[in-house]
Design a protein around this ligand. Structure first.
Ligand code: COA
Length: 381
């Protein structure tokens, strides 16, 4: 057998291509989309503008942004067949599983589903980005026995999502918090879900198949599912005075702290810092149970940093985001769908970029099984 090759378990530090979409400096807590720092975008941009930036590689001029926002608004509605499908999905599935099915079905209904041209890919990316809030809110309302609410063209992308979810126009703080959340979650280089999308796209399969693969990968608790797990963990702890004991026992059981640790960040995730500021604002205004959860999270964060920083474990984006969502009355099992709601932009940008200079993704496995075994007929085994 050939000499054992180097094996890169988990593909850590393997570069599969060049890219101009996103840069992460995991030791310096730095994240850039197309060269703009995440802090700058979170402070000054909007989700729509950031989506344009990620998809087209530059900030839009005013007329370009207006046209782009118009396209997003026009594409918000979902066909009745999709609403009918939502009613048939078993009530006990996780909304990420429902999302996977719904996006797949939307692909079936798109006559241009196999169009891999640059224009076609941009068109599909915009149409799906526009529909994600409608899908997630409509599905949630159907599964909880409520009427589906149509999109409101007077509202921007993020505010319209909250309106369709809750049935009321959101307060300014909620609309901005949702918009910043959508900016922070829109893109993050070649993570597991982005990789899943480009693996599928690299076979020259269709856009929807690639996105469905991304949704499947995002769902897991080691990836996007961590925002739900982090919130469940704070609720499980119950009160700030139980944090010390909980942490000791978690460490003794070698349990992972949800929302902490990252393959690339070996320092505090810059997105977590921004979410934490929003969480603080929400706590100041709403107090009560939210304050209790925030205090648990803050105490646990201190213990993580004191005890695990030498292993480069710090809070990541999913640690604080749930507290902001909780403050807006969003059910915990919608937190990962919310991640998908904006990450669809990053996935789309990667699919478009990768396929422009495509090479099928096909790694190897080092075989350690036996060879030259003789076939044994079934009645002699
Ligand atoms: N809590 C406690 N210890 C952790 C940890 C966490 N959240 N994440 C990693 N570690 C420890 C591991 O136990 C391991 O310790 P060891 O060397 O003593 O065995 C070490 O850190 C390295 O872990 P490893 O699994 O090799 O890291 P990875 O790069 O493969 O995994 C994650 C990265 C994100 C999957 C991992 O940090 C994790 O499971 N985090 C929790 C889930 C999460 O928040 N995911 C969202 C990421 S945005």
């Amino acid at each position: 057998m050939s000499q054992k090759p180097a094996i890169y378990k988990g593909l850590e530090n393997i570069y599969i291509d060049e890219s101009s979409i996103c840069f992460i400096d995991g030791f310096k807590s730095k994240l850039y989309y197309r060269g703009y720092s995440i802090e700058d975008l979170a402070a000054n941009s909007t989700f729509e503008e950031t989506a344009y930036l990620l998809l087209y590689g530059r900030l839009p001029k005013r007329e370009e942004l207006e046209e782009f926002k118009g396209l997003l608004r026009e594409n918000r509605e979902i066909p009745n067949e999709v609403i009918e499908l939502m009613r048939k999905i078993p009530r006990d599935v996780h909304p990420m599983e429902a999302l996977r099915t719904i996006v797949s079905y939307l692909g079936n209904l798109d006559p241009a589903r196999s169009d891999l041209s640059l224009d076609g890919m941009h068109r599909k990316s915009i149409a799906l980005t526009a529909k994600m809030p409608t899908i997630i809110s409509a599905y949630h309302r159907i599964r909880t026995g409520l009427d589906v609410i149509d999109p409101d063209p007077r509202l921007d992308h993020s505010a319209n999502f909250l309106y369709m979810l809750h049935g009321e126009k959101p307060p300014e703080l909620w609309a901005r918090a949702m918009d910043v959340s959508n900016i922070l979650y829109a893109e993050h280089e070649m993570n597991a879900s982005a990789f899943a999308t480009v693996v599928v796209a690299s076979t020259l399969s269709d856009y929807y198949s690639a996105i469905v693969a991304g949704i499947g990968a995002l769902r897991g608790p080691l990836h996007g599912g961590a925002n739900e797990e982090a919130m469940k963990q704070f609720i499980e702890i119950g009160s700030p005075d139980r944090v010390d004991d909980w942490f000791k026992s978690a460490i003794a059981q070698k349990r992972r702290i949800a929302g902490c640790g990252h393959r690339v960040y070996k320092s505090y995730d810059p997105r977590a810092k921004i979410f934490k500021e929003y969480a603080e604002n929400f706590v100041k205004i709403y107090g009560g149970e939210l304050k209790n959860i925030y205090e648990i999270a803050e105490k646990l964060e201190k213990l993580v940093i004191e005890n695990l920083a030498d292993k480069n474990i710090f809070p990541n984006v999913d640690y604080w985001s749930g507290i902001v969502y909780y403050g807006m009355g969003i059910p915990i099992d919608l937190y990962t769908p919310l991640f998908a709601l904006s990450r669809v932009v990053g996935w789309s940008a990667h699919i478009i970029e990768y396929v422009r200079d495509n090479r099928i993704l096909r790694p190897r496995l080092y075989y350690t099984g036996e060879l030259d075994k003789r076939y044994i007929p079934i009645d002699q085994r």
